[in-house]
Design a binder for this molecule. Structure first.
Ligand code: MN3
Length: 211
């Protein structure tokens, strides 16, 4: 059974960048529905996939019976992505990462500003609903930026140009910003940098690369 994680802060904690009403609906209704629907699909599927943790499920969608695979992809992806999303945001956050992670970003993208630009572009140009990512490619031992459609993520086979472990994710579904920003996705993306929890991203990176 998968369960809805508690938000690590109040609904209003990310204001004015992300408003309390959006957080309340996003966590309590949208994320909760992904968890409920994931559990229902896994109950139908039975077998080993019913006991996998959420990361293993995203990595092993081919092990899910075909009849439930799309439901598990959409709702399991939704559960994984949002669980990460709440963690990589925090009040009194934003700014730049420090130390090794900043060095790794500079090495890969030239500068922090250039990384931010690439990531914002990935978020702005994803057509329809999806996510922007900073992920770690284990095979090539490098950071990369991309976007994915729907509730896909970079753990899933064929969802992105590289397979990799998500370190930082940005939800660009309209439900993530429409109340406050209406159609202005670029304004939401710009404001969102003020709530990025770089300490958590650094932890995610160290866990992913073993460094
Ligand atoms: Mn969402």
């Amino acid at each position: 059974m998968h369960t809805l994680p508690q938000l690590p802060y109040e609904f209003s904690a990310l204001e004015p960048h992300v408003d309390a009403k959006t957080m309340e609906i996003h966590h309590g209704k949208h994320h909760n529905a992904y968890v409920t629907n994931l559990n229902a699909a896994l109950e139908q599927a039975g077998g080993a996939v019913a006991d996998m943790d959420i990361q293993a499920l995203c990595l092993n969608l081919d092990k899910v019976p075909e009849a439930q695979r799309t439901a598990v992809r959409n709702n399991g992806g939704g559960h994984y992505n949002h669980s990460l999303f709440w963690q990589v945001m925090a009040p009194n956050a934003g700014g730049e990462p420090t130390g090794d992670l900043l060095d790794a970003i500079k090495k890969e993208f030239g500068s922090f500003e250039s990384f931010q630009e690439q990531f914002s572009k990935a978020a702005a140009t994803r057509f329809g609903s999806g996510w922007a990512w900073l992920s770690w490619c284990k095979n090539q031992k490098k950071l990369f930026v991309c976007s994915t459609a729907n509730q896909d993520n970079t753990l899933m086979e064929g969802a992105a140009p590289h397979k990799g472990i998500p370190l930082l994710g940005l939800d660009v579904w309209e439900h993530a910003y429409y109340l406050n920003y209406q159609n202005r996705r670029p304004d939401y993306v710009k404001a969102w940098w003020n709530v990025v929890n770089w300490k958590q991203v650094d932890q995610n990176w160290k866990a992913a690369c073993g460094c």
